[in-house]
Design a protein around this ligand. Structure first.
Ligand SMILES: C[S@@+](CC[C@H](N)C(=O)[O-])C[C@H]1O[C@@H](n2cnc3c(N)ncnc32)[C@H](O)[C@@H]1O
Length: 338
């Protein structure tokens, strides 16, 4: 049932040349496309993304953490849109979790749209895909009941413009949910921990006897070209209060933010960085169990202990939701009479 707007999807470019990387230094949207086309085919493995119960629960957990209970009781939404879908992690898992019936997965990177629609097809979901810039969403006003995004707002140059576009394509009364955005404080400690892990691991791998843990020079060169782009594609971090103000001035009502992952992020970032420095598959099932178990335990501690002590803006992830105003909401009396 899944389809793409074939005519509109440019061919992905997964191997950026040094010249293209140089050009992308001055063109953030070219950088987004090169970097994410490069990542697309290996993205699910890199971030341990799956479409089974583990990630269905994770996606639904993010949705439930910010959306009011009465909305959760009335699910599913009919038609949903995902911006910056990557491989489809958020919307495909939300559809499987019963949040929406059908959806459109969109991204600036053709490589990502290709993988997301392929994932939707293999899951048998009612999903179509399109290359789309979140600053100019190529859909008519009042089209969707729900718009979602995960880890995308911080890549968009003009976040408020994009939120205005989100409000435009939502039907009156429709809702948006963006999760997985880095806070300003969280990003500072996460980057520092990730850098330290990268430097220590690369140095350790040079020790005699560890050659089987080293990645080939070719892979490392390609990785560092892509890593050069990573600094260009990450444009913002957010203070939760500023994000609320932006969503409100974009025209949304009922705007709320929530944040999560404090000690969990302090474990998660070094773990993910370590995983990316060693050959794929080298760490095995035991490591995956340790990483996921550790992250789950610390997330519980964050939600149940640190949340009461630490300010919202110190957590690593912030999420935001809001609603498109409905100028003529039907009262229950109107509904009964119609
Ligand atoms: C960090 S990835 C997140 C992917 C996915 N949502 C996830 O959580 O796994 C950010 C995605 O946003 C896309 N992106 C960046 N700028 C964009 C823009 N202006 N419009 C639409 N997508 C964009 C990138 O191509 C990339 O796929």
């Amino acid at each position: 049932m899944t389809s793409t707007h074939e005519g509109e999807i440019p061919v992905p470019n997964p191997h950026a040349t040094a010249e293209q990387v140089e050009a992308a230094r001055h063109d953030t949207k070219l950088a987004q496309v090169l970097y994410h086309d490069w990542e697309a085919e290996s993205y699910d493995d890199k971030w341990s993304i799956s479409y089974d119960q583990r990630c269905i629960d994770y996606a639904r957990g993010r949705f439930d953490a910010i959306v009011p209970d009465d909305v959760q009781r009335e699910l599913p939404y009919d038609r949903a849109l995902e911006l910056g879908c990557g491989t489809g992690f958020f919307l495909l898992n939300l559809i499987q979790a019963g949040v929406a019936r059908r959806g459109s997965v969109t991204d600036l990177s053709p490589g990502m749209v290709k993988v997301a629609t392929r994932n939707g097809t293999s899951l048998g979901l009612d999903v179509d895909g399109r290359v789309a810039d979140a600053e100019g969403i190529p859909y008519d006003d009042n089209t969707f009941d729900l718009v979602v995004g995960h880890a995308v707002l911080h890549h968009i140059p003009d976040v408020e413009l994009s939120l205005r576009e989100v409000v435009r394509v939502l039907k009156p009364g429709g809702r948006f949910v963006f999760a997985g955005e880095p806070t300003t404080v969280g990003n500072a400690y996460a980057r520092r921990l990730a850098d330290l892990t990268w430097k220590t691991t690369v140095r350790a791998m040079k020790l005699p006897g560890l050659s089987s843990w080293r990645r080939s020079q070719e892979e490392l060169d390609e990785n560092s070209r892509a890593a050069a782009l990573e600094w260009i594609v990450d444009l913002h971090t957010f203070d939760p209060v500023d994000l609320e103000k932006m969503a409100t001035s974009a025209g949304a009502v009922e705007v709320e933010t929530a944040s999560e992952e404090f000690t969990a992020a302090m474990l998660g970032w070094p773990v993910r960085t370590f995983e990316s420095t060693v050959p794929p598959g080298k760490l095995g099932w035991g490591w995956a169990k340790f990483a996921f178990g550790g992250w789950t335990t610390l997330s519980w501690v964050d939600a149940n202990v640190w949340r009461h002590v630490v300010p919202k803006g110190w957590f690593y992830n912030v999420m935001v939701t809001g609603v498109k105003p409905d100028p003529s909401p039907l009262t229950s009396f109107d509904r009964a009479g119609s």
